[in-house]
Write a protein that binds this ligand. Structure first.
Ligand code: SAH
Ligand code: SF4
Ligand code: F3S
Length: 446
């Protein structure tokens, strides 16, 4: 017997929800006597929290698992676990003997992790990939082991009930469910007390947040996203509130009005378009047309004149023609996005698109279209920043700039990154900065 505290190292891939899930896992494991460490080499247990959204996301993880296997050969008592979306999707492959993976746990089974790790230590594989309709980890207080102490993610729902034809998330994360309102408010209140200055409320489709109460007449709605946002914003005027992701088919004017009412709700909306072509949007099962999308943009512009808008775009979806692609470029110009995440379509096994359509846009065409999208966005991003040069902006300092310890970076309400001289300022402070120049990615104060 040793009295050594077992050390856990978690490596996280994928979206913000995975980042927050890793914090939930850290909380569950620390509750069982583990302490966090910051390198696989010093750990007793390594958990890789994985993403399946595109083929290359999975490839990266397979590559990393090969390295961890090599580490395990040098240190045989090391336990290796794969959790998250790939665990859900690829359990069988992960459990093949040559992978040397001891534990495989899906996104809804983290409460079972301590038990599964014990099983693995006793020589059995620890496996649980059950998806649970009710699990929201509502009362678990995430351990924010990688945090800057300023910004925190708070999951308000899990899963997804949409059926975008290209997407694995409904399969890896299961059905949508909303977390109970009180537990969200309690968590945010605790963050405020702990000195945090910013929360980002997370869900695959935050606009469909719906808390329900059950009585003899059945289920009634007690809270929707607009009201949740309002209540979170009221907790403290010093707390910045952000959220992601909004869905064009569900984003309501009620939400936009709540944003307008609260200075501390950041004026920035991530509204993934995916494509500018109504024909492609229909094949994607996005359930809105180009015109309906633009109607939502017009609503944002009229209710929130100073709001920034960002998006996700997919290049080369099944059957996409040059004309469809040009419509995506023209949508980008018409909206004038501040920022975008841009991807090449990657067919995911068993999704509707994989079953029904041919992945028929050649790789080089996808790549060329993606490059055109990226080039245009870089123009648009620059154009969106220029009006802020020379203006006094309120910035929340979030950390040291990558280039120098003499510079801090922070973001504006519009989610624009600003780099500025540190002076006597510290991380977590609100301050006014006047940028003197900008690149397409950053505003800079000299
Ligand atoms: N729930 C969010 C998005 C989650 S996934 C929403 O609906 O907006 C993040 C982004 O990954 C998506 O918006 C989409 O642009 C991209 N994506 C998802 N599946 C993809 C695939 N098979 N190939 C390429 N990009 C994909
Ligand atoms: Fe995937 Fe669509 Fe759900 Fe977003 S809304 S997670 S793209 S299925
Ligand atoms: Fe990836 Fe799963 Fe998030 S597939 S994007 S980690 S929900």
């Amino acid at each position: 017997m040793t009295s050594h505290t077992p050390l856990l190292y978690i490596e996280t891939y994928g979206c913000q929800m995975n980042v927050n899930d890793s914090e939930v896992v850290a909380s569950l494991m620390c509750g069982q006597g583990y302490a966090m460490c910051s390198a696989a080499e010093s750990a007793d247990l390594v958990l890789v929290n994985t993403c399946s959204i595109r083929e290359n996301a999975e490839q990266r993880v397979w590559g990393r698992l090969a390295e961890l296997r090599a580490l395990k050969r040098k240190k045989p008592q090391l336990m290796l676990g794969v959790i998250g979306c790939m665990a859900e999707r690829l359990k069988e492959q992960l459990l093949e003997k040559e992978q040397s993976v001891d534990v495989v746990v899906g996104p809804d089974a983290y409460r079972d992790l301590p038990n599964l790790v014990s099983m693995a230590k006793a020589g059995q594989k620890g496996v649980n990939v059950e998806l649970l309709r009710e699990e929201t980890y509502a009362e678990i207080e995430p351990v924010r082991y990688n945090s800057n102490g300023v910004s925190a993610f708070v999951s308000i729902m899990r899963g997804c009930n949409n059926a975008c034809s290209y997407c694995v998330v409904p399969y890896t994360r299961g059905a949508e469910r909303s977390r109970n309102t009180q537990s969200i408010l309690r968590e945010v209140q605790a963050l405020i007390s702990g000195g945090y200055k910013e929360v980002t409320l997370l869900g695959q489709n935050v606009d469909s947040y719906r808390a329900l109460a059950e009585d003899e007449n059945g289920k009634t709605e007690t809270c929707n996203f607009a009201r949740l946002l309002d209540q979170v914003a009221l907790l403290s005027p010093q707390l910045r509130v952000r959220f992601s992701t909004s869905h064009p088919k569900d984003m309501s004017n009620e939400v936009l009005h709540v944003m307008a009412q609260h200075r501390n709700i950041c004026k920035s909306i991530h509204l993934p378009a995916q494509s500018g072509s109504t024909r492609v949007l229909e094949l994607m099962h996005r359930k809105y047309t180009r015109e309906e999308y633009l109607e939502r943009i017009a609503a944002i512009r009229s209710i929130l004149p100073a709001c920034s808008i960002s998006t996700d775009l997919i290049a080369g979806f099944c059957t996409e023609t040059e004309d469809d692609h040009r419509q995506t470029l023209s949508l980008m110009r018409e909206v004038g996005y501040d920022f975008a995440f841009m991807f090449m379509y990657s067919e995911r096994p068993n999704t509707k698109a994989a079953r029904r359509y041919k992945d028929d846009v050649p790789e080089e065409v996808k790549m060329r279209r993606l490059n055109e999208i990226i080039a245009l966005q870089s123009e648009l991003s620059l154009k969106a920043k220029l009006p802020y040069v020379g203006k006094a902006l309120e910035v929340l300092a979030e950390g040291f700039s990558k280039k120098s310890n003499e510079q801090l970076f922070g973001r504006t309400s519009q989610n624009m990154v600003v780099v500025f001289p540190r002076g006597s300022h510290s991380v977590g402070e609100y301050l006014t900065v006047t940028p003197t120049r900008c690149t397409s990615a950053t505003l800079i104060a000299d």
